[in-house]
Structure formats: C-alpha cells, structure tokens
Design a binder for this molecule. Structure first.
Ligand SMILES: Nc1nc2c(c(=O)[nH]1)N[C@H]1C(S)=C(S)[C@@H](COP(=O)(O)O)O[C@H]1N2
Ligand SMILES: [Mo]
Length: 438
C-alpha cells in the first residue's frame, strides 16, 4: 500500500516550490519539489535537500553548469514533462530515477544529450547515407535502405549511459552537465551489426580504431568543426552488440535520439554512440576527433587529488567500460506513506557496463545492514537487470533507502564518488532515496 504523495503534491503545486537560499539548477530544485510533499506536511524541509539531493556539490550550492534561473518544467515534443533540463544549449535532459521504472525505457522518458546543435530533420530517412572509409579494402556508401536489405537485422535491449552519469556526486564538481543517475536508459535497439558492415568494407590489417561522425553542426555553427567525433578500438566495434541502429522500441529512431541512423555501442560511454551517423573512418591510430584526448572521456590511472588541474596527458586513459550502478525506481524520493506501513516494496534497475550485475543490496539504516534484492534475468548481454525486494522497517519515521550493486568481478558501488577527475566521469556512489512513514 504505497501512497505516493509526490505525484499528488506535484499535481497540486506544479513547479512552484521556491528555494530561498539555494542557487541550484532545476534538477536540484525538482529534488526539492519532491521534498515539497514533506514540507506541505510541516516537516522541516531544510533537511531534505541535503538528504535527498545526495549530491554534496548541489547540497552545498556549488555552481552547476550554466544553471537556468528557477525551476523549469521540461517541454519537448514527445517527451515526458518529468525529465529534468540540465542545459538548453546544447539541449540536455536527464530522467529522474523514479521515471526509470519501466522494464524498457519508453522513448518519452529517455534522456537527451547533445553536444552541438540539433540538425535539420530529413524528409526521406531511407536515402540517408553512411560512408565507411579509411583502412578498408573497399570504401562503402550505404543508404539506410541498403543497410536494411543487405545485412541481417538485430534487436537487443541495451543500456545507453552517458560517460558523465553521476557527475553531480563529485566534490569538487566535475566540469559538465550535473547528472544525478538519470543520464541512462535501456531501450530496444534495432539495426545491423557494425561488424557486418565493416567486414563488407573489408578491414585491412592496419584497421585498429574507428572514428565516428554525425550530421549535427558544432554549437558555434563553424562548419569546419564537429559537435563531437569519438572513436574506439576495433575490438569494441567488432563486438556482436555494437550496432548501427535505425529503430528504438520498435519505432523509427526519433530525430532527437539521432534518427535516421546512429551507433549504439553498449557498455562504454554513450558519447561513442554517434547520433545522425553519416561516416565511420577506420584508422590505424587512435581517433583524434572532438571529444578525444586531454581530459575528455579520460580518467586517471593513478588517483589524483580532487580538484587538481590535470591535463590528462600523463597517467590518464580513455574510459572503456562504465562502472556498476543501481537505482531505486520505486518508491520515489520524497514519498510519504501511512504511519502503520512497515513493509516497503522496492523496485529498481542495475547495470555494469561491460560486466554483469552479480548482486543488488538495499539498506534502510545507512549501510549498517544490507539486504539482497531479487534480480530478474536480463534479456541479452548489456540489458539492465530489473530488481525487486521488500524491506521491513522497525518503526515509522524518516528513512533513507540506499541501493548498491556489485558486478561480476566483485566490484561494488562505493559509498562516495571516487577516482575524481576534472570532467567527472565514472561516478557511481550508492543511490539514496528518502521516504517518510507517518
Ligand atoms: N552526433 C552526435 N552524437 C552523439 C552526441 C552528440 O552530441 N552528437 N552526444 C553523445 C552523448 S555524449 C551521449 S550521452 C548520447 C546521448 O544519446 P541520446 O540523446 O539519444 O540519449 O549521444 C551521443 N552521441
Ligand atoms: Mo554523454
């Protein structure tokens, strides 16, 4: 018997909770809105930002990336208004954990991340062209129609996760969009194997890396610059789950998600999953496009002092697998339950980059005791694991539910974001959700 006061209060008081002493961005303000249900009941709301925001940086009012003033309902065609705008130029929005409660993330709830401008939509998707060039025997230009007719279609449900997901949990703040846990979603992707297309072009022995290009203009409008152009070792490109995709959840790939054509390279930072894909350059040496080198999508191999001014040239490496992460998708943060409630039914998701999720545990006493949750079987490799379970609370009152997952190598989420790096990649502390019983 879960009574979700958040929904009720949100309807009654949409986006009007003012936060006197907090310059935090809409994401955080929205967190406060979740707490608004408690505030409305006379509960000291001062504590809630700190407890529910789980983000030390946000809680302390640290500057976030270009914060627009005041709470802003997210308004984009086809998208859920509950998404949280992290930036409008380029357009970036994350999905609050409680909106990731579906087994397959609906398109309406899927996060949005752009680095440049959104290109003009095309009128005829089937004539969209993809070039395969570089270290190949036979450079190819394939239309979407040819991709569909020449290669075997595959569908997998796979997590797409921004390399910066969890960034807001770093202290001091990492540079970039202040994601909580919502820079991720899990959709059914349909397309062809990148490996099949590369093989059709004939990889030369010198083919060691890829470089990816999309049609989106650079934010500056400068036609000589790419919005983003990342690449990966050929081994990752040849994995059977690395796809060139034209459909999402059975629908033509939506424009905002890179339609007509994108890459989906699961397990690794989603920046490799180029949207509006029109060219793949096969290379003998690592790709040097926009978003490669320096501290971009790179993490220290030797831990550095938080806040250091590292340039990424020494003791840094390109991010490969994303770290293990779990989220509680129900109950939502800020949920208030009747005083007699003791059994709390929990739902959530967990994923672990290239690895598998071995275990998800929940604590309601700040990590003194942990309880194992029940894991559903993923559909295929790179699918997330949906999990369920029940905790029995000892009394009424205020509780924080903490979730932590452990991957197949025995590596668990840390209590706090670790391995600090200038651009804040790979932050995966426990997910914490506040509830009030009574
Ligand atoms: N062409 C292009 N592809 C791109 C990007 C971009 O800005 N341009 N952003 C990347 C990043 S950083 C992420 S996290 C994902 C986001 O995909 P989504 O907007 O479909 O959720 O797309 C990736 N592919
Ligand atoms: Mo990203």
């Amino acid at each position: 018997m879960l009574e979700d006061v958040q929904a009720r209060d949100a309807a009654a008081e949409p986006h009007h909770v003012s936060v006197p002493d907090s310059p935090i961005a809409p994401r955080a303000s929205r967190r406060l809105l979740l707490g608004g249900s408690l505030a409305a009941l006379g509960i000291a709301v001062g504590g809630l930002p700190r407890l529910s925001a789980v983000s030390p940086a946000a809680a302390q009012g640290a500057p976030t990336a270009a914060p627009p003033k005041g709470p802003q309902p997210f308004d984009y065609p086809g998208k859920d208004k509950g998404l949280v705008l992290l930036g409008d130029r380029p357009l970036v929005a994350e999905t609050p954990e409680n909106l990731l409660d579906d087994d397959t993330t609906p398109i309406a709830k899927f996060f949005i991340r752009n680095n440049g401008q959104i290109p003009e939509p095309v009128t005829n998707a089937e004539t969209w062209q993809l070039k395969i060039e570089g270290e190949v025997e036979k450079p190819l230009t394939l239309t979407l129609a040819e991709l569909k007719s020449r290669f075997a279609a595959q569908t997998f449900r796979m997590v797409l996760e921004c390399g910066g997901n969890g960034r807001s949990f770093y202290q001091p703040a990492g540079r970039g969009n202040q994601w909580t846990n919502g820079g991720a979603g899990c959709a059914e992707w349909t397309g062809v194997r990148l490996a099949d297309v590369l093989k059709a072009a004939g990889l030369k022995p010198s083919a060691k890396f890829t470089g990816h290009f999309g049609a989106d203009p650079h934010l500056s409008g400068d036609a000589s610059r790419d919005a983003i152009s990342r690449g990966m070792p050929i081994e990752k490109a040849l994995e059977p789950h690395s796809l060139i995709v034209w459909a999402m959840n059975g629908e033509p790939l939506p424009h905002i998600h890179g339609g007509p054509l994108r890459l989906v390279v699961p397990g690794w930072p989603a920046s490799l999953s180029s949207k509006w894909l029109n060219r793949i350059l096969v290379r003998a040496t690592p790709h040097d496009g926009q978003g490669m080198g320096g501290t971009s999508y790179r993490i220290p191999t030797v831990p550095i002092v938080p806040g250091s001014n590292a340039d990424g040239k020494t003791n840094f490496t390109d991010m490969t697998s994303m770290p293990v992460r779990s989220i509680i998708t129900a109950p939502a943060n800020g949920t208030r339950l009747p005083a007699a409630t003791r059994e709390i039914a929990l739902r959530g998701a967990a994923w672990a980059g290239d690895h598998e999720v071995a275990k998800v545990e929940v604590s309601f006493d700040a990590g003194q005791r942990w309880q194992a949750m029940t894991l559903a079987k993923p559909k295929n490799r790179y699918d997330w694991v949906r999990w369920t379970g029940t905790v029995t609370l000892p009394s009424e009152g205020y509780f924080e539910l903490w979730a932590r997952a452990t991957d197949s190598r025995g590596v668990a989420q840390p209590h706090v974001a670790t391995n600090w790096n200038p651009q804040g990649y790979g932050s995966n502390p426990f997910h914490r959700t506040a509830i009030l019983v009574g």
